[in-house]
Design a protein around this ligand. Structure first.
Ligand SMILES: C[S@@+](CC[C@H](N)C(=O)[O-])C[C@H]1O[C@@H](n2cnc3c(N)ncnc32)[C@H](O)[C@@H]1O
Length: 200
């Protein structure tokens, strides 16, 4: 399996943005392990894992695997393939495990739960935080407030789905990006809608 095959995985990470994730993971994982919020079927996690592998680091990835608001039945990004008819709910976890096995990944640690709950028990620092969980303002802001303090100085905060123009997309990721700029973060690089900010 190689990097080029990741683009076939079900998910919300276009290849050009995924390649940026890979490159940033390679650079920043020299400082420690990576944490992702919003695994879905593991597409972005696998880009990150290829980068972290170079420094022998892990990618911890958090998701309750029940989908965000927009993935639910009758919503814009509903996908019948990830709908568990028996239990009448979205369940992306089997897809994650299948993709981890398919790509023979050894450095992804899936964590099933909600971001805030897990943050309260998480005690170590991380080199890179990737926020791609719930896109409501409350959810994105919680992810930022609860996890940002765990990034080491010189580490990075990566945020997906940055849209300056509200007609192009939701504003929650853009709002936490603006907040980070006022709080000790500087732009390192941006590729389309994904941005990497350095702490300190
Ligand atoms: C946009 S998708 C992530 C896409 C993924 N990064 C990719 O590359 O395809 C957002 C994911 O965040 C999860 N999610 C939403 N709110 C969450 C929360 N509070 N805690 C944990 N996961 C959450 C959803 O279940 C969904 O799988």
């Amino acid at each position: 399996m190689n990097l080029n095959e990741i683009k076939e995985i079900k998910g919300f990470m276009p290849n050009h943005e995924g390649m940026a994730l890979f490159k940033w993971a390679q650079k920043f994982s020299k400082l420690g392990h990576i944490l992702e919020i919003g695994t879905y079927c593991g597409k972005s996690s696998i880009y990150l894992s290829f980068g972290a592998k170079k420094n022998d680091k892990y990618v911890y990835t958090i998701d309750h695997h029940k989908g965000s608001e927009e993935h639910q039945f009758n919503e814009e990004y509903f996908d019948h393939e990830i709908y568990d008819k028996l239990n009448k709910r979205i369940n992306t976890f089997p897809f994650l495990i299948r993709n981890i096995n398919k790509f023979k990944i050894k450095n992804i640690v899936p964590i099933i739960g909600t971001s805030v709950e897990i943050s309260s028990k998480w005690q170590s620092q991380i080199s890179m935080l990737f926020i791609d969980g719930g896109h409501s303002f409350e959810s994105a802001n919680n992810d930022y407030e609860h996890w940002e303090p765990k990034i080491v100085n010189g580490g990075c905060l990566v945020i997906h789905d940055i849209f300056e123009n509200p007609d192009e997309g939701g504003q929650a990721p853009y709002e936490i990006y603006q907040k980070a700029l006022q709080n000790n973060y500087k732009i390192y690089e941006r590729v389309d809608t994904i941005i990497c900010l350095i702490k300190g």
